[in-house]
Design a protein around this ligand. Structure first.
Ligand code: FES
Ligand SMILES: [Fe+2]
Length: 371
């Protein structure tokens, strides 16, 4: 069996395929309010999420370091969370213990040496992002888990823009979620619609790809000229339409379409929740006047339908995967999936050795397939 086939088989079995040491969107910003804690599961880590007095978000492991009570049952007291069992208090950002009510005045226990797990947490583009460090980093000092980079941000190209969000759970491992997202060959079978495309419209495609840091890019190109939205854009702005699509570890697909002053930028992330469940979060921003609101309405109508076609397909696929079938990846349609597994392997190898990551692609490649 080839290396990628082995990785794919593993993904179908028990390997959770989850990458630590990255930022992930844990929840939509609107679900995380002041004076109230909410919970989320991220890479099988239960989190309690909330906001401090200033409205800054925080994320803690939803387990008190004393006897495991979920901190989300507790209450917020200034910038501390108070556990509902014995009233220990922890700073919501550092996790440092501030109060142990049962201690007598002469107690030698230094409560400031006790820490609940607190994760780096930032708010961007309407999501609460949480940095999930390597599991062993958490057994060291709290600073060992500090995020090396700021949370990812959706690229925007003007001060004024519209923004929209869509999300859906997919009952498969993160690997199957991601390779399903980047798979060009399922379109005519899964996303059939009279206004979009059908099986009969399958034709030869050829696209150039190039390596980028931690990922690969479908090189900037002019999208298929017979599609109505692109024709309209070109007529409106009198400039050629160009599209660039990037995949970047651990889970992000960025797509940017530009035409003169007009731009449309989107990001899809596939976030591991459990080993058998992931969540797709789609976020788009654009400044296409005068149809800004119109595009939002279109996304809200057709986006969920498109995403439902994918999630229903993956729900059916998960029935097959339960029995651990043999799987394969073929050229060229599955080559992006092969690059994804190769990138993950290269990333894990560099983590293991401490050497810089060796990119699995050595230069630009043109892929050909029919879809
Ligand atoms: S379990 Fe939290 S204070 Fe005891
Ligand atoms: Fe799809």
């Amino acid at each position: 069996m080839s290396e990628t086939a082995t990785q794919l088989a593993q993904a179908a079995r028990d390997d959770a395929g989850m990458l630590f040491g990255f930022w992930y969107p844990a929840a939509r910003s609107t679900l995380v309010r002041r004076n109230q804690m909410t919970t989320a599961l991220l890479l099988e880590i239960p989190l309690s999420l909330g906001r401090d007095r200033e409205g800054r978000p925080f994320a803690m492991r939803d387990a008190c370091p004393h006897r495991g009570m979920p901190l989300s049952f507790g209450r917020l007291e200034a910038n501390n969370v108070e556990c509902s069992y014995h009233g220990w208090q922890f700073d919501v950002h550092s996790g440092q213990c501030a109060v142990i009510p049962s201690l007598t005045a002469d107690s030698k226990l230094k409560c400031d040496r006790i820490f609940a797990d607190a994760f780096p947490c930032e708010e961007r583009d309407g999501y609460i992002w949480v940095f999930v460090p390597e599991p062993d980093a958490r057994t060291q000092s709290p600073s060992a888990s500090a995020a090396p980079t700021p949370a990812p941000e959706l690229p925007k190209f003007s001060a004024d823009f519209h923004i929209a969000h869509l999300s859906a759970e997919m009952p498969v491992s993160v690997d199957h979620g991601i390779i399903g997202l980047m798979d060009p060959a399922h379109g005519p079978f899964v996303h059939q619609a009279w206004w979009w495309r059908s099986r009969r419209s399958i034709h030869d495609k050829q696209k150039a790809f190039e390596p980028i840091a931690n990922g690969f890019r479908m090189s900037t190109h002019t999208p298929s000229s017979n599609s109505a939205p692109y024709k309209l854009l070109k007529a409106l702005y009198g400039a050629p339409v160009t599209t660039t699509i990037d995949f970047v570890l651990p889970n992000m697909r960025f797509e940017q379409t530009r035409c003169g002053r007009a731009w449309f930028s989107s990001r899809a992330t596939v976030t591991p929740v459990r080993r058998d469940l992931c969540r797709l979060d789609f976020c788009a921003a654009w400044n296409v006047a005068p149809w800004g609101a119109f595009i939002g309405a279109g996304l809200r109508v057709f986006g969920p339908r498109f995403i439902r076609q994918d999630t229903e397909t993956m729900a059916k696929q998960s029935i097959g995967l339960k029995h651990r079938p043999k799987l394969m990846l073929i050229d060229d349609a599955d080559r992006p999936a092969k690059w994804y597994f190769a990138l993950k392997a290269a990333y894990l190898e560099s983590r293991r050795t401490g050497a810089p990551m060796v990119h699995p692609m050595d230069g630009p490649v043109t892929l050909r397939w029919r879809s």
